[in-house]
Design a protein around this ligand. Sequence first.
Ligand SMILES: Cc1cc2nc3c(=O)[nH]c(=O)nc-3n(C[C@H](O)[C@H](O)[C@H](O)COP(=O)(O)OP(=O)(O)OC[C@H]3O[C@@H](n4cnc5c(N)ncnc54)[C@H](O)[C@@H]3O)c2cc1C
Length: 431
Amino acid sequence: MKCNTSSTFEAGKFTSQQSHWWTSLQHTHRPNFLMIGQSHVEEVLRHQLDIPVTYSTQVNSIAESSSHVVVTTDTGKTIVGKYAIAADGARSFVRTTLGIPFVGTKPEMIWAVLDTFIETDFPTCPEIITFQKDGQSRVSWIPRERGMNRFYILLNGEITQEKAEASLTRSSSQRRKWFSTFEIKERVADTFISKNGHGRFLLAGDATHVHAVNGGQGLNTGIADAFSLAWRLAFVIKGHGGPLLLKSYDEERRTTAAGVIDVAAKLVRMTIRTALEYVDIIEKNAGYITGMGVAYPPTTPLVHDSKHGDFTAGHRCPDVWVTELPATSHHPTLDEPARRRLYELFGYGKFKVLFIGKQDPAAFEAQAIEWQQQVEVWHIHSQNERLSTLIHEYSADWVTPDEEAVVVVRPDLYVGYVGTDAMTYLQSAFA
Ligand SMILES: Cc1cc2nc3c(=O)[nH]c(=O)nc-3n(C[C@H](O)[C@H](O)[C@H](O)COP(=O)(O)OP(=O)(O)OC[C@H]3O[C@@H](n4cnc5c(N)ncnc54)[C@H](O)[C@@H]3O)c2cc1C
């Protein structure tokens, strides 16, 4: 469900309403706040898996050598692998066993979370409503899928379900689906990879970072960790890259986790301020909250400090429009050449080297022939005709006739390099 409006309710009436949270987000064609329950997300991911999932089994011992890892479960099963991903949650057995410090702060706030169906004469609407009383905003009402409602409630003293329900509007009756409390902790693991970044246990998700739920960034950040790790691990296992690829996972995602914790920390402390101030912080940090504005610093190994137009190394590749050229058109019956978004055309899993404008891909293409499994070559220029035999050749109205640049887009669709020498960048990535 889309939910792009947030309003404030105080003393019996709506006192503010705004709908421009995500309008500052750049290079996305879908600037929406989407409400999708975690169980649905997990269900979709489970369907994509091509391996079985074993439930109700605890890992109770781990070991690693210079060539492999060994994981043993409480059912007596022993699994040997080249690497193991530990996504075992905030109390991670793997992180604890490896002795990786998980440090941070605890702002002494306990929240109640209530998922419920309600009957009410309150004018319900698909908006996030923050209830303000005495200058504080301690209750948020978030519409969810299937007519369900989520309430975040900051209470003083002992937190009980009865107290949480009583703090909601008097004129509603509820069918509770789920109630929980959570104590805010803000922690990030010292390293996301065992042996100080050189080992074979790779940590992801809540095992590496925990923070307030305000801003709804926990699962999103965990999935982004997995997304960031998956292609790197696939490259390393297939022998297309080495320690630098995994080191860059650790550095990029640890920096991101610290940024996410900062945003969530600001938000959770703003709840005892006015609702408008709270919403203002959300708007300012929309890039982090949605993940669309997360950028990796040029101090990390796979980001070469460089920029050309909208392409900035360390940022998501902009989702720009390109136009199909006649011989590649998937719409041969259309008179008008088809305009496509780059993300419709991009697949994940390979580096893409974009030759823009006058930059000729021919020499690179010949040199990179041995990297066919890892690298795709693209040409985006201002001409209305094909200039090469490349499969990925398009024209674009944002390319000027004199423009030239080479952009390396990583398999996670982050820009890694902008300049003229893609070869050197890729050689160091695959080393
Ligand atoms: C009330 C609440 C509201 C939230 N709302 C949002 C939101 O709106 N948006 C958002 O993005 N995030 C939200 N989150 C955060 C989100 O739920 C977590 O960030 C997310 O579940 C983390 O996923 P994970 O896979 O890393 O860890 P978990 O979901 O904790 O999964 C870890 C798994 O590992 C298993 N495990 C642990 N130890 C072992 C072991 N020794 N052997 C085998 N298995 C083990 C556990 O049983 C569990 O299944 C919310 C969290 C809470 C508590």
